[in-house]
Write a protein that binds this ligand. Structure first.
Ligand code: SAH
Length: 415
């Protein structure tokens, strides 16, 4: 059977229900979050599962009193037992449903980046696009798909068909190897889905700069598209200034700093591969290589070393990896954020700018701001908050799903 075309026939349900789709019934008074359009059902809210659904199958979600709440995808191995595809009883979850969701999501991106031949843009951003567990990035002529929930995996073919139809792009690569997949009980999968293997490096343009994205081995889907607007902001604020780019990865901030006329850029990352990519991006774009230095080091140690050397900077970027994927790890993460922010503030010249980020789901914007305020107090610096930064508009946040706001940034000035 082609699983993308039809739902499996509903099995006969034990315990009185003779027909109908599989069903999850919630415990009393646990329907509130679904009614507020939060698309997750936690296992602790489930009273009963009827109809023996398999992983990824569509289940009907009902309150304890029997009221319809939504159609969701069943994830038997996850603490998030179901993710809602649609809150309307009349919806039918089939290939046509995914074709329409994907078409709509792609159409919303029309005006977000300037049209070009090789754009870099997130076309599908999970829950905020009504497609939980589905992330799709376009890099030039290649789509990179990440499927991280049982429901998304179940509908892989339909989603990929829909992507090809909506974009006209025929090369689709799957990068489903995020750490969260283990929590979902899903096997990682990294392979070409359509159009054969992508190039070793896929060319992409952003704000007039070219990047070569390693879609096979790069972080996430290969490139941090979410920082697009923040890279542009940095570029506007660095002329004749000395910049330190910590956790530089493939050099997005570094390249923009040089393009914006920075007098010197020091880029630090612990990964030699990342630094090689950053160096290549500077070269590829004809940026002044003599004004850039690439240091392979642990940022925590390197910031202290700069202090010992008496180094100072006008602009510092701190864009570390996720220190706290979940709220349970927030405390340890807070110590990490505080440490790097404290040491960075000590290296800033008076009037200098700090672009500081957290992409930890477990650290709220409020908490992050408190951590940076604590670092400022310990550094003995007055710090002014100039601007809140977020992921770019192709990474929207559904107001019913605030967890989707993972990237928080503060543009601060030390005075
Ligand atoms: N700013 C980048 C994205 C950063 S991703 C961009 O805009 O593209 C986080 C980076 O931190 C990765 O490249 C990883 O290699 C690096 N990293 C992780 N831990 C580190 C550490 N302790 N010291 C230095 N680099 C680290």
């Amino acid at each position: 059977m082609n699983r993308s075309e039809t739902l499996p026939p509903p099995p006969a349900a034990p315990g009185g229900r003779k027909s109908g789709p599989p069903r999850i019934t919630l415990l009393p008074d646990r329907e509130r979050s679904l009614q507020r359009r939060h698309p997750w059902v936690f296992s602790g809210a489930v009273a009963r599962t009827d109809g023996d659904p398999a992983a990824g199958d569509t289940v009907e979600l009902r309150s304890a009193k029997g009221g319809f709440l939504g159609w969701g995808a069943f994830s038997p191995d996850s603490r998030i037992r179901a993710r809602v595809w649609d809150f309307h009883e009349s919806a039918r979850i089939d290939a046509a449903f995914f074709a329409e969701r994907v078409r709509w999501a792609v159409a919303q991106r029309d005006d977000i980046v300037e049209p070009g031949e090789r754009p870099g843009i997130r076309l599908v951003h999970g829950e905020a696009d009504g497609l939980p567990g589905v992330v799709v990035d376009r890099f030039g002529d290649c789509l990179v798909v990440q499927l991280s929930s049982a429901g998304a995996v179940r509908w892989r073919e339909a989603i990929v068909d829909a992507l090809v139809a909506a974009t006209g792009i025929e090369r689709v690569f799957e990068r489903s190897d995020a750490e969260v997949m283990a929590l979902e009980g899903i096997q990682p999968r990294v392979e070409a889905l359509r159009g054969g293997a992508p190039d070793e490096r896929v060319a992409m343009e952003e704000a007039g700069l070219v990047y070569e994205v390693d879609v096979r081995h790069g972080h996430k889907t290969g490139f941090y598209l979410d920082q697009r607007d923040n890279r542009a902001l940095l570029r506007d604020l660095v002329e004749d200034r000395e910049v330190l780019d910590c956790f530089c990865y493939s050099g997005g901030f570094t390249a923009n700093a040089l393009a914006g006329g920075a007098s010197y850029v020091t880029a630090v990352d612990s990964s030699a591969d990342a630094l090689a990519a950053a160096r290549r991006h500077v070269h590829l774009n004809g940026l002044p290589e003599a004004r850039a230095d690439f240091i392979e080091a642990d940022v925590f140690a390197q910031l202290r070393k700069f202090r010992d050397q008496g180094r100072q900077f006008d602009v510092i970027v701190l864009d570390p990896p996720k220190f706290a994927p979940t709220a349970a790890m927030a405390e340890r993460a807070s110590r990490g954020y505080k440490d790097i922010n404290l040491w960075a503030l000590r290296l800033l010249r008076p009037g200098g700018l700090l672009f500081t980020f957290s992409c930890s789901g477990g650290v709220s914007r409020d908490l992050f701001q408190k951590i940076v305020a604590g670092a400022a107090a310990d550094a003995g610096t007055n710090v002014r908050l100039l601007h809140h930064m977020s992921a770019a508009a192709d990474h929207p946040v559904s107001l019913g799903f605030p967890e989707g706001e993972y990237l928080k940034g503060l543009l601060c000035q030390a005075v």
